[in-house]
Write a protein that binds this ligand. Structure first.
Ligand SMILES: [Zn+2]
Ligand SMILES: [Zn+2]
Length: 246
C-alpha cells in the first residue's frame, strides 16, 4: 500500500521490514530469498498434476471417470482447477483476497492463464467472464478477485474479457459458513444477465477463485445458458474436495 511517501522512503521502510521479518513464501511460510513463493509452491502453481472431474471440476482420483458427486444438472460442460483448496492454494488465495496482496493475485492469474492455455477445450472459448461480486461486497473488498484473474486469462490467451453477469443477491459472510442446503439457497437466482450482454451462441469461460460446492458457478452458468450461450466452461484457482471447506 502506498501511503504517499517518496519511493526512497518506501524502499527504506521495506528494507527494514525485510530485516525484521525476513520474506517468507505466501504459500507455506518458508523463508525465501526473493519473490512471493518458494520453488515448491511455484511448481505447484505451474504444473497441473491435479486430476479433476471432467463434469464438475471437483478433484478426483486419476483413474475415476467422474468424481461421482457431480451435481445434476450441472450447467458447465467442463471445469478445470489449478489445485485443490488446500496448502498452498488456500493461503495464497487468502493473501490475495483478504489481505489485498495484488502481487499474489497476479501470480495466481498467471497460473490460471497457464492452465487455460494447456487445455484445448477451455482455450476454444469465445470469451472469458468473471463471476461477479455483489456491488456491496465489491465496496467492502475494493476489488473483484475473479475479474483480476479473468483479466490475466484474457491477456495471456487473447480471449476477450466480458462482464456478462450481475450479482443480485448479497450473501453475508455468515451465510458462507452455512450448511450446504442454505448455501444453495443463497446463490439461487443470485445472478442475472446484464442488459447489454451478448451471449447468444457464445462459448463462455467462467472464472472464479475458488469452487466449493459448485453452486455458485452452476447458477452463473445457468443464467448464461438461459441467455442463449452455446456452452459454459469454468476455470478456478482451487477446487474444494467434496465435504471440504465451503
Ligand atoms: Zn512455499
Ligand atoms: Zn464430478
Amino acid at each position: 500500500m502506498s501511503l504517499g511517501f517518496p519511493s526512497s522512503v518506501r524502499f527504506l521502510v521495506k528494507s527494514l521490514a525485510d530485516f525484521v521479518y525476513p520474506p517468507v513464501c505466501y504459500g507455506c511460510d518458508t523463508e525465501v530469498e526473493e519473490g512471493l513463493v518458494c520453488e515448491g509452491c511455484r511448481l505447484a502453481l505451474f504444473t497441473h498434476e491435479l486430476a479433476v472431474c471432467p463434469r464438475c471440476g471437483r478433484p478426483c482420483t486419476r483413474t475415476a471417470e467422474t468424481c461421482g458427486q457431480c451435481r445434476t444438472p450441472f450447467h458447465l460442460s467442463r471445469v478445470r482447477a489449478v489445485g485443490t483448496y488446500a496448502p498452498p492454494f488456500d493461503k495464497l488465495i487468502h493473501a490475495f483476497k483478504y489481505s489485498g496482496k495484488t502481487k499474489v493475485g497476479e501470480l495466481l492469474g498467471r497460473a490460471l492463464a497457464a492452465l487455460v492455455q494447456q487445455d484445448e477445450v477451455l482455450l476454444a472459448a469465445d470469451a472469458v467472464c468473471p463471476v461477479p461480486l455483489h456491488p456491496a461486497r465489491l465496496r467492502e473488498r475494493g476489488f473483484n478477485q475473479s475479474l483480476l484473474l479473468a483479466a490475466a486469462v484474457s491477456m495471456t490467451t487473447g480471449m476477450p474479457l466480458v462482464e456478462l453477469l450481475v450479482r443480485t443477491r448479497y450473501t453475508s459472510t455468515q451465510a458462507l459458513k452455512a450448511a450446504p442446503e442454505d448455501r444453495l439457497r443463497n446463490v439461487q437466482d443470485a445472478f442475472r444477465l446484464r442488459t447489454d450482454a451478448r451471449v447468444a451462441g457464445q462459448r463462455v469461460l467462467l472464472v472464479d477463485d475458488v469452487m466449493t460446492t459448485g453452486h455458485t458457478l452452476d447458477q452463473a452458468a445457468r443464467e448464461l445458458l438461459k441467455g442463449g450461450a452455446a456452452s459454459v466452461l469454468g476455470a478456478v484457482v482451487a477446487a474444494a474436495h467434496a465435504g471440504g471447506p465451503s
